[in-house]
Ligand binder design. Structure first.
Ligand code: FER
Length: 302
């Protein structure tokens, strides 16, 4: 059965690669219909309260200051190529004052443009949060999380391994590039990592796996690349001491929710502060991911 499901997944690669959305249209409300394809079974947990985002949080607002988004290129030592990332700079970024950095990662069908071009409107969400004084000073870096020579979207599921290699590029090359070329702090307390789906799994894996680099970790609808909790958190006391935020959200109708609940259950059992919000009736899509960014951004660097 597993094999059949995997072939089905592979057959979807071409569709995923050509689709604008990273998720697969025929999956409707998410990965619910695909059983084991979604990774872990859902564990029974007590979810944290869902509070709807205010109307207009993701709509462009007139009369407020707007940030800019800049495409940067950096030399990747681990991949051996020149790679790209988009960087959101708030209107208040002036190159003098130091800012914190949020690394914001994409899903299996995306790249450094996914958040910007496929419905994530991170610049609009951040502009609005800044205008309302709801966020600490930060820039947002949106890299390509497929650490391979060919890092195009065409990789689809075949590039899952390359997502697993991204920590070397991120920590070895991208972070040093950002810290050399932007006016930012360079310690773990001023660095956060979050992402959607495959990027959520990467954020949990790399964030908790490198607590000396990231104090704030977020997973939105995290995919089956998410390591199991005992592997993610081999040292309960260490995570309690060093992690400042472990925050997750997933759609209630998303068959991938088991990847988040298994971690939430472990945290609850071990007294580790951890948030998991179940976005009511929602699938695997940008409704959940925009909500994730909106909330996560307000909780970090404070
Ligand atoms: C899988 C189901 C979903 C999987 C990855 C995904 C690697 C990722 C989805 C996304 O990033 O949107 O079985 O295996």
């Amino acid at each position: 059965m597993k094999k059949v499901l995997f072939s089905a997944a592979l057959a979807l690669v071409a569709v995923a690669a050509s689709a604008q959305e990273p998720n697969f249209p025929m999956m409707g409300g998410g990965f619910g219909g695909f059983g084991g394809f979604g990774g872990q079974q859902q564990t029974n947990v007590k979810f944290d309260e869902y509070v709807a985002a205010p109307a207009g949080f993701d709509q462009e607002r007139a009369g407020i200051k707007k940030g800019t988004v800049k495409l940067i290129e950096y030399q990747s030592e681990s991949v051996g190529t020149t790679r790209k990332a988009n960087v959101y700079l708030p209107a208040s970024y002036d190159g003098k004052k130091k800012f914190s950095v949020l690394y914001l990662l994409h899903g299996i069908g995306g790249d450094e443009w996914e958040w910007m071009n496929d419905g994530g409107v991170p610049n609009i969400i951040m502009d609005n949060l800044y205008a309302d004084g709801k966020v600490a000073d930060m820039i947002v870096v949106m890299p390509n999380g497929r650490a391979a020579k060919d890092d195009s979207r065409a990789g689809g599921y075949g590039s899952a391994g390359a997502f697993g290699e991204f920590d070397k590029d991120l920590i070895g090359s991208l972070i040093p590039y950002i810290e050399k070329n932007f006016s930012v702090y360079t310690d773990k307390d001023h660095r956060a990592i979050a992402g959607l789906s495959m990027g959520g799994g990467q954020s949990l894996n790399f964030g908790l796996g490198n607590m000396d680099k990231f104090a704030y970790v977020g997973g939105f609808s995290s995919a089956p690349n998410t390591q199991r909790a005992a592997q993610l958190i081999p040292d309960v006391e260490k995570v309690k001491k060093e992690n400042k935020l472990l925050w997750m959200v997933c759609g209630g109708a998303d068959g991938l929710i088991g990847n988040s609940t298994q971690l939430k259950a472990f945290c609850d059992e071990n007294g580790i502060p951890c948030t998991l919000i179940n976005y009511p009736n929602e699938g695997h899509n940008f409704t959940v991911w925009k909500y994730g960014l909106y909330n996560f951004a307000q909780l970090i660097f404070k």
